[in-house]
Write a protein that binds this ligand. Sequence first.
Ligand code: FAD
Length: 423
Amino acid sequence: MFPPDRLQASCLIPGNRGSVLPCFPDTHSVSETMSTPTYQSEYDVIVIGGGVLGAFHAYFAMRQGLKTLLIERNVFPQQASVRNFGLIIPSAMPAGRWRDRAIASCEIYSELCEFLDVPLRRTGTQYLAHTAAEADFLKQMAVACEDSLCPAEYYSAEETIRSSCCLNPEFCQGSLFFPHDLQLDPDQFFRALINWIACTSDCDYLPNTTAITVESQESLACIRTSSGRTFQARHTFVCSGADLQTLFPEIYASRNLQYCKLQMLKLSNPENRTLGTSIASPIALTRYPAFLKAQSLQGVSLPAPDPVLQERGIQIWMTQNQNNEFILGDSHAYSTDAPTEFLSAEVESHIINYARKMFVKLEFEVIDRWCGIYTEAQSAGLFQQTLDDRIHLITGIGGKGMTTGPGLARENIRQLSLIQSRP
Ligand SMILES: Cc1cc2nc3c(=O)[nH]c(=O)nc-3n(C[C@H](O)[C@H](O)[C@H](O)COP(=O)(O)OP(=O)(O)OC[C@H]3O[C@@H](n4cnc5c(N)ncnc54)[C@H](O)[C@@H]3O)c2cc1C
C-alpha cells in the first residue's frame, strides 16, 4: 500500500474498482522522464530482467512503496515475454495454485490495461475436438467446469463451425469454449508498463544494462553492471529468463532446468477474416495440465498426436493481432544446452500443414517468423531459490509465464513485505 500522503497525491482511476494507481502524464512526457533519470546507489529492491516476471516484481514492489530499480539488458525486453502469443489462459491451468495465479493475473492485466490504455482482447479460447472421443471428453469437461472459477461451454460441431469464419467442418467435431481467457500484444503492454513504472517516484528503470554480478555484502545485495556501476539493495530479484549463464550459472547448472525453443509465424490476412476467438488444436488436450488432469478424473486416455508432431512438440494455436494478422504457432524443442535462434523450415511446414487441416477458405502468406526461448523447471513448474535471505532467483516458469507471472510476482512481493514488517 502507498503511504497515506502518496495515496492522496495519487489519483483514483475512475472505474478501477477502488484500486489505487498513481496517475501519470502521457507517454511523451514519460519517455522524456526516462531519458534523464538519476539513480541512487541504494534501493529497497533491485529487479534484474524486464520480462513478465521482472517487470511485475518491480511493479508490485513499487506499489508497496519500496524504492525499486529495474535493470534490463535491452532498451525494452526482447525475449520470451514479448515473442509470445500474449495469451492469458486460466483454461490451460489445472485447478489449484497455478489456476489461482492465472485468475489473479487476469484481474491484474484487466486493471492495468484499462489504466495504461492498452487493448486487452476478451475473445476467449476455443479448444477443438477432431475425433468423437475428444468431443465426448470435452462435453464431460464442460459439465465439470460448470461451477468452477473457469467456466466453459461445449459447442457442437455445427455450433463451432458457425462461430468462426474458417474452421474446416471435416476436421471439427465440436469444441470447448472458455470465455474468460484474454489476449494482449505483449510488446505493447510491456513498453507501456515499464514506461509508466519508470516514471513513478518509487521506481527507476536502467535499460541497456546487464547485471554482471550479484553478491551478498553484510546485510545488502551488491549488484555490478556492465557499465561499471554498483548498486546495493535490501532485496534483489533475479528474473533473467533463459539467460542461465551470466548470473549464478553454477546454481542453475545443478538444478533440473531445461531450455525450450518455440517457433512462431505471422500470416497475412488478405481477405480480412476474423477468427472470433483464439483457437487451439486438439493436441492441447493431450498437452496442457488442465486437460491431462481432466482426463485422469474422467478415467479417459486420449491418444497422443501423430509421432512426428509429438517429437517436435507441435501444438497449434491460431490467434489474431490488432492488425487482424494471424499469429500461428508453435513447436517445442527441449534441450539442456542453450539453443540457437536458427529456425527450422521443416518445423514451419509441419505447423502450416496442420493449420491447413483445421482451417478452410483461409488465404495467407507467411510475413514474419521468429523463435522464443524459455526455461522450464522440469518437475516443479518454477525455479525459485533465495540466497542469504536477500537474493531471489526466479525462472523456469515454462510456457505459463504470461498467464501466471503477475499473480506469482504479487505473492512474492507480499511475502517480502510480511518479512520486512516483522519486529
Ligand atoms: C513463442 C512463445 C509463446 C508463448 N506463448 C505464451 C502465451 O501465450 N501465454 C503464456 O502464458 N506464456 C507464453 N509463453 C511463455 C512466456 O512467454 C514465458 O513463460 C515468459 O515470458 C518468461 O518470462 P521471464 O520474465 O522469465 O523471461 P524473459 O521474457 O526471457 O525475460 C528475461 C529478461 O531478463 C533480461 N536479462 C537476462 N539477464 C539479464 C542480466 N544479467 N541483466 C539484465 N537483464 C537481463 C533479458 O534481456 C530479458 O528481457 C510463450 C513463450 C514463447 C517463447
